[in-house]
Design a protein around this ligand. Structure first.
Ligand code: GLU
Ligand code: MG
Length: 421
């Protein structure tokens, strides 16, 4: 069959979807410099496809420039076209960064943390999803049978993640019907967000080749189990030494980690607009789902917004320090990992810079996307992190999405989002 190798370059945008364009791979040397054409209003494409509202109109040109450190070239060896894509940065045509580039947002957050304390953040994403290639049978939760019944999907997924140069950590049958979870190893913040995007795409790619789907939607069905995205993170100094733990301090947190956590809790109700950015996200953030409902920090509690994770002491003190991490649980796959992690890091950096203390009281999380957007709209800090143009674009994108689905029942809403994510 006559075929020619194609490469794709894209970004994981406000809608949390990877969008971009393809080109003949022979053009790669040039494309590495000039990227692929993009336009401002592409950012305003909702998860449903149409642009419902835009501050940018139809004018203007940008480019998505491939980042060589975010190249994926995975051949599933089944005769299908290999997955060859790059994640990239959205730049102006003169090569400068566009103010609404999601990866640039995360880079600015990393800089803010560095400025606040000189530390680096390592992160690892744990992502839950439904795999449609198995029947829903009773007793599925964590069972060997459910692990087996997904057939070769898990093996394909782990092989694809590894072939994409990401370190796979685990794959398991989760609590919900047909629900599975994948976790990858920790990496520096930008690489960790890239890895979250890439591993999602590898799950989609493996399922597609088996003529099935994966569903990352935060609530695939209204009365079912939620799909969370849990972001594990820890702080390290310039020589890589962990700085998150102090066994003698409350909850075992170092001073800087406690301030970071305090910043996250302080900004959290408003952060939800970015980390839980769809109307269905708020069906997940409800009681008795092992998902958070208030801005709290707890030791080893899976209902908390921020969980101090367990450490397994058997490996000795050095291993304990290295394992020690916090987990942010108010995130789902409707969020771009760049924006979710960026918002988390900005909030933590603010806590460190302003020497915040863990609040005595627990503020309730918003119960709808509109309520979260109201809080974001009132947050001067978030306006500064985004900058005026990106802030307005984000608000208009998300407000228009809320209006678009306002008349749907919960069942219809879940079905609609399950088609997309
Ligand atoms: N599915 C839960 C969530 O929506 C998390 C379950 C777990 O702790 O793994 O976040
Ligand atoms: Mg889980």
């Amino acid at each position: 069959m006559l075929r020619e190798d194609l490469t794709f370059v894209g970004t994981c945008d406000i809608a949390g979807l990877v969008r971009g364009k393809g080109f003949p791979s022979t053009e790669l040397p040039t494309r590495r410099k000039v990227g692929i054409g993009w336009t401002h209003s592409n950012l305003m494409q909702t998860c449903f496809g149409p642009i419902l509202d835009t501050p940018f109109g139809t004018a203007g040109d940008l480019m998505i420039v491939p980042d060589p450190s975010a190249e994926v070239h995975v051949d599933f060896r089944d005769g299908s076209a290999p997955e060859h894509f790059f994640l990239g940065d959205i730049c102006n045509t003169d090569g400068t960064s566009w103010e609404c580039c999601v990866r640039a947002f995360l880079r600015r957050a990393i800089d803010a943390l560095n400025e606040a304390c000189g530390l680096e953040l390592l992160a690892a994403f744990e992502q839950e999803f439904v795999y449609t290639g198995v029947e829903d049978v009773p007793g599925h939760a964590y069972s060997l049978n459910a692990f087996r019944r997904q057939g070769i999907f898990g093996e394909m997924l782990i092989a694809a993640i590894r072939a994409a140069s990401i370190h796979p950590d685990s794959f398991l049958a989760e609590y919900g019907p047909r629900q599975y979870e994948m976790t990858v190893g920790p990496d520096s913040a930008l690489a960790a967000a890239d890895a979250a995007v890439i591993s999602r795409e590898m799950a989609r790619g493996a399922a597609f080749r088996l003529e099935n789907r994966v569903i990352f939607s935060p609530m695939p069905v209204a009365d079912g189990a939620g799909n969370g995205v849990h972001i594990h993170f820890s702080l390290h100094n310039a020589s890589g030494k962990p700085e998150t733990s102090d066994p003698a301090a409350p909850l075992g947190l170092s001073t800087v980690a406690a301030r970071f956590a305090a910043g996250v809790l302080h900004h959290l109700p408003a952060l939800c607009a970015v980390t839980a950015p769809s109307p269905v996200s708020y069906l997940r953030l409800t009681p008795n789902r092992w998902a958070p409902t208030v801005a709290d920090l707890k030791l080893q509690d899976r209902g908390a917004a921020l969980r101090v994770c367990p450490v397994f002491e058997a490996g000795g003190e050095e291993s304990r320090q290295a394992q020690f991490n916090l987990e942010f649980r108010v995130c789902d796959a409707a969020a771009s990992p760049y924006l979710a992690l960026g918002a988390l890091v900005f909030a933590g950096a603010d806590g460190v810079a302003r020497q915040m203390e863990i609040p005595e009281t627990e503020t309730a999380l918003p119960t709808s996307l509109n309520a979260a957007l109201d809080l974001m709209d009132a947050s001067t800090a978030m306006k500064t992190w985004f900058g005026p143009v990106f802030f307005e674009a984000y608000m208009r994108h998300k407000r228009s999405e809320v209006v678009y689905v306002a008349d749907l029942s919960e069942t219809e809403l879940c079905a609609r989002y399950a088609q997309i994510y």
